[in-house]
Design a binder for this molecule. Structure first.
Ligand code: SF4
Ligand code: SF4
Length: 437
């Protein structure tokens, strides 16, 4: 989006303040420039050169999870997240990226093979990875210095691309209904390979031949959100080349599906790539969205009480709310309880969870209170990023609850939920601290 268009769109803000009550960041820090109403004013001022486009301005832009809640309540339909990303892009074009961002986005994320090799080497270090059947332990103690205390999961061994055959077919007797390419994203490929397998199994059981396309790269959303449009377009073009000949592309990562569905808007001035990107976006589905549309019926499970956390990238960016609940509600044996504030952000927001740790932890604490009140034994979600943040929160707050990805309850059904607590790299829960910080 050009600077001019940002100004144009931001001018539609009526300053009504409706966005303030829904913004997770404003609700914990009460700073007007951290919510859509205030930020849109700053962006307009920057666009007409009334304020300098400097580091302080960039800092204001960064205090946003890009969750999209503000847009959902905005009576003027101001696209505040797109405006913010456009402003960040303008900032990067004018001032360049910080060296760390340049290194991560252009040196590592852009080169998936290099990333795989580096992570593969890291996985060989004792204690850094987890193999099938071993309980999950987080890397908090060893790498929390880099993540400001956010505990991240161990690497999967082997990675998903090595575990899955390049093609899986439905079991004998199941009518083959078509072919699906799965988009694993970085999380399923490197950290939650068990969940990637469950996703593939669910699709196979639904009657689809599942293909794991080789050579995919990161979806690019983190890079796009930071304003590095050039690198994000490179990643998108790479994925489009590989995926364009498939009829259905399914992912279990809410962040990846929101990015892939948005590719059509990543090439606004490119007549060659824009139609290809839009065509791909139209074929992308979230896992639950796809399975519900195909009438998939998960197998029964042992009795346990579950609740669900809506990832912002699913609820606010894709308007997908009912599908995961319908899938979970259809599993015989499970008792579903709705969480008050289920669609409130967990506080991760990609890099926000590390770069704005204080605000992220305050938002996380609210989420933990909501989860605790449900009395559920398992909280389910559809985004590996949320899963990391919720597990981190459960550890911090000593919550006696397990955090699972939806694929673990619907895919394969080879293990019942209670057994998943100690099995595989995707199913376990990390040790909880004795007391919350
Ligand atoms: S809800 Fe929309 S119109 Fe109202 S202040 Fe927020 S951005 Fe502006
Ligand atoms: S996108 Fe989310 S964090 Fe950003 S201003 Fe809107 S509600 Fe607040």
């Amino acid at each position: 989006m050009s600077q001019l268009l940002s100004l144009d769109e931001a001018s539609r803000c009526m300053k009504c303040g409706f966005c303030m009550s829904s913004c997770p960041v404003y609700n914990v820090d009460h700073i007007e420039s951290h919510v859509a109403r205030g930020r849109n004013v700053l962006i307009r001022w920057a666009s007409n050169s009334s304020i300098p486009v400097d580091g302080a301005y960039g800092e204001r832009l960064s205090y946003c999870l890009l969750c999209g809640r503000c847009e959902a309540v905005c009576p003027a339909k101001v696209p505040s997240t797109a405006i913010n990303v456009a402003a960040r892009t303008d900032l990067v074009n004018k001032r360049g990226l910080a060296w760390l961002q340049r290194f991560v986005y252009r040196g590592i994320l852009k080169h998936r093979n290099l990333m795989a090799r580096l992570l593969g080497l890291a996985a060989l270090v004792p204690g850094v990875s987890v193999k099938d059947g071993k309980p999950l332990r987080h890397l908090a103690d060893s790498v929390s210095i880099f993540t400001k205390g956010l505990s991240i999961p161990k690497l999967s061994r082997p990675f998903l691309s090595t575990r899955l055959p390049s093609r899986m077919t439905p079991p004998k007797g199941v009518h083959v209904r078509g072919q699906v390419a799965i988009f694993p994203g970085c999380a399923f490929e490197f950290f939650f390979a068990d969940m990637g397998e469950r996703m593939a199994l669910a699709l196979v059981e639904a009657g689809f031949e599942v293909v794991y396309p080789q050579g995919l790269t990161c979806c690019g959303l983190a890079v796009r959100s930071a304003g590095d449009l050039t690198t994000a377009q490179l990643m998108a073009r790479h994925n489009i080349e590989i995926l364009s000949h498939f009829d259905h592309i399914v992912t279990g990562c809410a962040t990846c599906s929101s990015a892939l569905k948005d590719y059509g808007r990543w090439f606004p001035d490119n007549d060659a790539w824009q139609p290809r990107a839009s065509s791909l976006s139209a074929k992308v589905s979230d896992l639950s969205e796809f399975l519900v549309s195909e009438g998939f019926q998960p197998k029964p499970a042992e009795p346990v009480t579950i609740t669900y956390h809506d990832p912002c990238h699913l609820k606010w960016r894709q308007a997908i709310r009912d599908e995961p609940r319908r899938l979970l509600g259809s599993i015989e044996g499970l008792k579903y309880v709705e969480m008050e504030g289920a669609d409130e952000c967990c506080g991760l927001g990609g890099a926000f969870g590390i770069t704005h740790r204080e605000a992220s932890l305050a938002i996380q604490a609210k989420k933990m209170q909501s989860i605790r009140r449900t009395g559920a034994q398992i909280v389910v979600t559809s985004c590996p990023g949320c899963l990391i943040q919720l597990r981190d929160g459960a550890r911090r707050h000593g919550l006696p609850i397990e955090v699972m990805h939806i694929s673990q309850l619907i895919g394969g059904q080879r293990e019942q939920p209670h057994r998943l607590r100690s099995a595989g790299d995707g199913g376990g829960q990390s040790p909880r601290p004795k007391s919350a910080p």
